[in-house]
Design a protein around this ligand. Structure first.
Ligand SMILES: NC(=O)c1ccc[n+]([C@@H]2O[C@H](COP(=O)([O-])OP(=O)(O)OC[C@H]3O[C@@H](n4cnc5c(N)ncnc54)[C@H](OP(=O)(O)O)[C@@H]3O)[C@@H](O)[C@H]2O)c1
Length: 305
């Protein structure tokens, strides 16, 4: 099932499984990307702010050297918050590091414009220690800039990440291009069903990030997950990743460990009973976000109200 693909609202195909690269350290991520491509991954998830796109590019280059064509690989990267008013500039920086002429999908990383001239290039702070937000600029303006960049051909599709339903509603009021994808934290402790349903209705693909529960995850020990794993004679990790494909979402586990990169390709078809049992976890377990930076902004997620 690792070769499952979904169709974006642009008509392009996106592989259901991609390799995540957040917190993949320099010295590790080039090998991770090149190993993933060697064993059959066709989709790499990067971001400017991960600070490792040159190494990701090195891994891609090894894949091309071994015979893969650019059109065989789906590459996603993301616009960082301090670049909201300089979208093309940020995309150009990513393209240069990645060694590419275009990416397949460019995402607004967070709907949070930050001061482009603050005391730090990525995470500026005000003198009182709070995040230095760009209050003169809105994420809907950013979207307009992303629509312009789409026309340059430097990205084949544009999308968003970390968008709640109210933020998407606001964006769609102004948008002429509907986002192709919304990349959100997604796992049985945080199914975010309201966003999944809304995006399905609007033709926006969900990509599940932190699907394993990120580093040091407690999800592997969860009883229901272990039971579904036992039923199918697979690992809990396989169950966690297959859950998203069963829901119609793409999924981007991160690993720099060759054996895990391979292990994470073993997606299986879960039946409706399995999905129901995984859905039930959030009914007894409080919502748990592993990734929620202290931006000081209400992002509209129900579990954070
Ligand atoms: N848009 C956003 O704001 C956003 C936010 C967060 C993440 N993301 C994207 O989503 C990707 C995935 O999320 P994530 O990195 O937070 O977490 P994740 O993929 O849920 O978990 C990664 C962690 O699980 C370990 N791991 C991987 N495969 C495993 C397996 N089969 N068994 C046991 N442990 C395993 C990895 O260790 P090793 O690497 O040591 O093997 C790493 O510590 C990111 O890398 C990034 O590309 C996007």
């Amino acid at each position: 099932m690792a070769d499952t693909v979904f169709t974006l609202n642009t008509g392009a195909k996106i592989p259901a499984l991609g390799l995540g690269t957040w917190q993949s350290a320099p010295g590790e991520v080039k090998t991770a990307v090149s190993h993933a491509l060697k064993v059959g991954y066709k989709h790499i998830d990067a971001a400017y702010v991960y600070g490792n796109e040159d190494e990701v590019g090195g891994g891609l280059a090894e894949g091309f050297k071994s015979g893969l064509k650019r059109e065989d690989i789906f590459v996603t990267t993301k616009l960082w918050c301090t670049f909201h008013s300089r979208v093309e500039e940020n995309l150009d920086l990513s393209l240069k590091s990645l060694g590419l002429d275009y990416v397949d999908l460019y995402l607004m990383h967070w709907p949070v414009p930050m001061n482009p001239n603050g005391n730090h290039p990525n995470l500026p702070k005000k003198p009182d220690g709070s995040r230095d937000l760009d209050t003169e600029w809105s994420y809907t303006q950013t979207w307009k800039e992303m629509e312009k960049v789409l026309k340059t051909g430097k990205t084949k599709a544009i999308g968003v990440a970390n968008f709640s339903v109210p933020f998407l509603e606001e964006l769609l009021k102004e948008a002429t291009v509907t986002p192709a994808a919304n990349q959100i934290e997604n796992h049985p402790y945080l199914p975010q069903q309201e966003i999944v349903d809304y995006c399905k209705e609007k033709g926006i693909l969900i990509t599940a990030y932190s699907p394993l529960g990120s580093t040091g995850s407690p999800l592997f020990q969860e009883k229901e997950i272990q039971e579904v794993a036992k039923k199918h004679d697979v690992s809990p990790g396989t169950v966690l990743l297959s859950y998203h494909v069963a829901r119609g979402s793409s999924v981007i586990p991160k690993s720099v460990t060759p054996s895990r990169i391979e292990e994470n390709m073993k997606l299986i078809k879960l039946d409706s009973e399995d999905v129901k049992s995984l859905d039930n976890i959030s009914k007894t377990h409080p919502p748990n976000r592993f990734v929620y930076p202290a931006f000081g902004v209400n992002l509209g997620f129900p579990d954070k109200q």
